[in-house]
Design a protein around this ligand. Structure first.
Ligand SMILES: Cc1cc2nc3c(=O)[nH]c(=O)nc-3n(C[C@H](O)[C@H](O)[C@H](O)COP(=O)(O)O)c2cc1C
Length: 184
């Protein structure tokens, strides 16, 4: 059975290496997981005053509905100044409210990321995973996914020729599929 994963990419730029990695993961996960990419770039900065009768602005409601409908969640994150980017934390905040109606509770979840730097988003993921646990997501702890991005290894359509890299992506996607299956 194919499970749906709500995928939040923590970079808004057109040539994001994390978007490329997310698309590559979607490709190797085909048949087990369907990636539903969630737009987070149009979410306003979190402001409690924007809730009206328990409803948020339209982009917030759209994101919340997408996450609520998914079997699992995947955060694909860059690292900004040794932590997670604000856009991703902002999305987590919107999904966590109104109080008692968080969309994150009990969601099987993964966190991965790519960077130009050698530690491959380890610091950003450490911060994010702590927050994900606090939000009630059931975070997959193993295998871990830290990637020092090498542009030449990824094609535009997300396909990967390099066997070792494709194996790394597939191991992660398969483990996430199994994690979600166990908890659904
Ligand atoms: C504000 C900012 C802070 C950054 N801080 C880090 C960092 O702490 N560690 C790191 O490895 N790369 C850092 N980078 C470089 C990113 O890894 C690189 O820009 C990467 O391409 C961002 O991911 P994206 O292509 O998906 O946008 C930073 C980039 C920006 C714009």
């Amino acid at each position: 059975m194919t499970r749906t994963v709500a995928v939040l990419v923590g970079s808004l730029r057109a040539n994001s290496i994390n978007q490329t990695v997310a698309e590559a993961l979607a490709k190797v996960a085909e048949g087990k997981l369907t990636f539903d990419f969630v737009e987070i770039g149009d979410l306003p900065l979190y402001n409690d005053d924007l809730w009206q009768d328990g409803r948020g602005p339209e982009p917030v409601e759209r994101m919340r509905a997408q996450v609520a409908a998914a079997d699992g969640v995947l955060l694909v994150t860059p690292e900004y100044n040794r932590t997670a980017p604000g856009v991703l934390v902002n999305a987590l905040d919107w999904g966590s409210r109104p109080w008692g109606k968080s969309v994150w509770i009990s969601k099987p979840a993964g966190c991965c990321g790519a960077a130009g730097g050698a530690i491959g988003t380890a610091a950003a993921q450490l911060a994010l995973k702590a927050q994900m646990v606090t939000l009630g997501m059931v975070v997959m702890g193993h295998p871990e996914f830290y990637l020092k991005f090498e542009a030449g290894k990824f094609a535009k359509d997300g396909s990967v020729e390099d066997e070792s890299l494709r194996g790394f992506l597939k191991t992660y996607a398969d483990a996430l599929a199994a994690h979600i299956e166990r908890l659904c």
